[in-house]
Design a protein around this ligand. Structure first.
Ligand SMILES: *[C@@H]1O[C@H](CO)[C@@H](O)[C@H](O)[C@H]1NC(C)=O
Ligand SMILES: *[C@@H]1O[C@H](CO)[C@@H](O)[C@H](O)[C@H]1NC(C)=O
Ligand SMILES: *[C@@H]1O[C@H](CO)[C@@H](O)[C@H](O)[C@H]1NC(C)=O
Ligand SMILES: *[C@@H]1O[C@H](CO)[C@@H](O)[C@H](O)[C@H]1NC(C)=O
Ligand SMILES: *[C@@H]1O[C@H](CO)[C@@H](O)[C@H](O)[C@H]1NC(C)=O
Length: 201
């Protein structure tokens, strides 16, 4: 019963919002770069955070797990404002393998109103647009800068606000990839600054 519900949620999500991002890259691993040797060189693994929901756990904190590669889906339409230095925007995807179905899920930032630490989750929903820059580093891009008054619509800029943190989501506590909203430090004291690099297989 549970899996048929998931299948129908997935079907709705796929048919309505994700249809146009169907140009899929070759498979790759996501590797952590950090000044902190505890995490440097760790691979990001999809880890269970709920029904059809996976976070990105650091392999060094989950011994014995093997990495399942991800893909990157870009649009069939050319990005009009494309800056090749910061990279084309698209969705990181993970192939969820069920008993009798496979579903490609995009990576989505899950925000909490009470924390500045957001959790990237693969979910059967609309994803969050991300990009890989010319060095293969994962970023999120935006125009609006409200750090100086008055806020203005500037040029498309890449941000690299990735951290490895102990995160909690629906009963699961892991060391995962996290994103910090805005430029202030993460309020979660376990967060260590990292970058995320795409390494093709
Ligand atoms: C990614 O692209 C592949 C190939 O076109 C497609 O099968 C898949 O559904 C796409 N995934 C998402 C989340 O859009
Ligand atoms: C992190 O790992 C990379 C690749 O293995 C290495 O080149 C770099 O020196 C390491 N950085 C630190 C701070 O350990
Ligand atoms: C590296 O990260 C671990 C885990 O958060 C932390 O215990 C350690 O103090 C950090 N090391 C440095 C040099 O900051
Ligand atoms: C799911 O994908 C895997 C790997 O691509 C494939 O071996 C398997 O047959 C697929 N399962 C279904 C139900 O399509
Ligand atoms: C900011 O500027 C870009 C490029 O000119 C435009 O596409 C976007 O809609 C603007 N955003 C807002 C909120 O005005």
């Amino acid at each position: 019963m549970k899996s048929s519900l998931i299948t129908s949620i997935l079907a709705i999500a796929t048919s309505t919002t994700l249809a146009q991002f169907t140009v899929q890259s070759a498979p790759f691993n996501l590797v952590v770069l950090s000044q902190n040797e505890t995490y440097n060189g760790s691979t990001l693994l999809a880890c269970h955070e709920g029904a059809a929901i996976e976070g990105l756990c650091l392999s060094t904190t989950l011994p014995g797990s093997t990495a399942v590669p991800f893909n990157f889906n870009t649009s069939t339409y050319e990005q009009s404002n494309l800056n090749p230095v910061i990279g084309e925007q698209g969705y990181i995807t993970y192939l969820l393998r069920g008993g009798n179905f496979n579903e490609s899920e995009p990576l989505n930032l899950y925000y909490s109103a009470t924390s500045n630490v957001a959790l990237p989750l693969f979910e059967p929903t609309q994803g969050t647009l991300m990009a890989f820059d010319e060095n293969g580093l994962l970023n999120i891009q935006g125009y609006i800068d409200d750090r100086v008054p008055p806020p203005y619509n500037g040029t498309l800029t890449a941000y690299y606000r990735w951290y490895a943190c102990q995160t909690y989501y629906t009963g699961y506590t892991y060391t995962t990839l996290a994103w910090v909203n805005g430029e202030y430090p993460p309020q979660n004291p376990t967060c260590e600054k990292i970058d995320v690099k795409r390494v093709f297989l």
